[in-house]
Write a protein that binds this ligand. Structure first.
Ligand SMILES: [Zn+2]
Ligand SMILES: [Zn+2]
Length: 337
């Protein structure tokens, strides 16, 4: 079967690898569609510290069961599923606290172990999430769940004014989740097209911080107090700092973005504002369920969010073009037929 293999930074090719052998406790899946995200781009560029080469990327997966479990019918032949791409050890501090999404020894599909940009894979049954969704929708479940998890971490409720910095795939998940909880949702980005999608995903207000003052607009929209919750989904030192500067006194700041360099802070603000500063990593099973329910309602702008669908053969080229002009694409899906 064919697979996309990254051999070293900037170098990916389609090669033939042996098919997985079924028959064990795991379920054999035919891959249908795989989404590419920022972490795959970083792997391709050789700046993802968690990746070693050679590696098959791909962790935003929609697949079909081709060897059923013969059990309760939840995963019978032909069932379409999304995949929970993380592992958990069951023993570390996070796992003991019931937060396996932040397992110290997590191995994400396509990052620390080979992923789904191939024709077939084996996966444990507990990592499969069946839903009545199209392959396109199923491959959006994981990135949106990461945004949903951040909103859960921020304990967002209907009384909150929530500002979301960054309206890429994960940011859109946070926007949809914040809206679903009834919060006043303010979307911030430098790209008008992304802000348009943010509104389609449920964002009430938008701020293009290249064209207008982030500070002034946030104060205007929050009766001069600043947002109760800021969710940072970009990962730049400036936006990391802006989150604590703009958030209201006694507010919550949730970081999903990975900063690629050290960030220096005016730590006085942490104390003076008595802030809750929270990290958010991956997603929990309940986030995967919540996203599936949202997508089943058909209210999320799936077709607008996906900028392009390419066949597996063109995935190396798609990664190259994306790497050359990162702002040109929102979400690239790879279709594997
Ligand atoms: Zn991803
Ligand atoms: Zn663990």
């Amino acid at each position: 079967m064919k697979a996309l293999i990254l051999h070293k930074p900037g170098q990916g090719s389609i090669e033939t690898i042996p098919e997985p052998v079924g028959g064990g406790r795991d379920i054999l899946l035919k891959i249908r569609m795989v989404g590419l995200c920022g972490s795959d781009l970083n792997s391709f560029r050789g700046v993802n510290p968690l990746v070693t080469f050679p590696r098959i990327p791909g962790h935003e997966v929609s697949a079909t069961v081709v060897q059923g479990d013969g059990g309760d019918g939840r995963l019978s032949l032909g069932t379409d599923v999304a995949i929970f791409p993380y592992t958990s050890c069951g023993k570390c501090a996070s796992c003991r606290r019931g937060r396996p999404n932040a397992c110290q020894f997590n191995q994400t599909l396509g990052v620390q172990r080979d992923g789904a940009l191939t024709e077939f894979i084996m996966a444990p049954r507990q990592s499969l999430y069946p839903a009545k969704l199209t392959p396109k929708e199923l491959s959006l479940v994981e990135p949106l769940a990461v945004g949903f998890h951040a909103v859960a971490r921020g304990r967002v409720s209907a009384d909150d004014r929530v500002a979301i910095f960054g309206c890429g795939g994960v940011g859109l998940g946070a926007i949809a989740a914040s809206k679903a909880r009834g919060a006043k949702t303010i979307c911030v980005d430098v790209d008008d097209e992304k802000l348009r999608l943010a509104q389609a995903a449920g964002g009430e207000y938008t701020i293009n911080n290249l064209k207008e003052s982030l500070h002034d607009r946030l104060l205007e929209l929050t009766d001069g107090r600043g947002p109760d919750v800021v969710i940072e989904a970009i990962g730049k030192p400036t936006t990391f700092r802006a989150a604590v500067e703009e958030v209201a006194f006694t507010g919550r700041v949730v970081y999903i973005g990975y900063a690629k360099e050290p960030v220096s802070y005016e730590t006085r603000l942490f104390v003076q504002k008595e802030l809750d500063i929270l990290g958010s990593r991956n997603g929990q099973p309940e986030d995967f369920h919540a996203v599936s329910r949202l997508l089943e309602q058909g209210v999320f702008p799936v077709n607008e969010v996906v900028s392009v669908v390419v066949p597996l053969e063109q995935a190396p080229n798609a990664l190259r073009s994306w790497s050359e002009s990162p702002s040109r694409f929102n979400k690239i899906l790879v279709s594997i037929e």
